[in-house]
Write a protein that binds this ligand. Structure first.
Ligand code: ZN
Length: 96
């Protein structure tokens, strides 16, 4: 499952992937390298999902969001059992 933005979402748009929440912090014009199409790069702020951490981190996506980083730089190498199983993520968007 993925969220596809047809027009650029407003800053502050919230997105959930399963139970993890992200908030849109910036939108930047971007030219796709594969075919030269002008599109946008979305920058999201999330909180590290490692127990007891919760540090904010930023990650970016294209206009189609399928999966995002889930942990801060300190914990990025950890893997949860859930991600190894490749279960389908539930994606939900709340426009600002
Ligand atoms: Zn962390």
């Amino acid at each position: 499952m993925s969220a596809v933005f047809v027009t650029t979402p407003e800053i502050g748009t919230r997105l959930w992937i399963n139970d993890q929440r992200y908030e849109l912090v910036s939108v930047a014009p971007y030219v796709r390298k594969t075919d030269g199409v002008a599109t946008f790069l979305l920058e999201w702020e999330g909180r590290c999902c490692t127990d007891g951490c919760g540090a904010p981190f930023r990650t970016s996506s294209t206009m189609t969001v399928t999966r995002l980083k889930r942990r801060c730089d300190e914990h990025k190498d950890q893997r949860s059992p859930a991600s190894r199983k490749k279960r389908v993520a539930k994606v939900r968007v709340e426009l600002a």
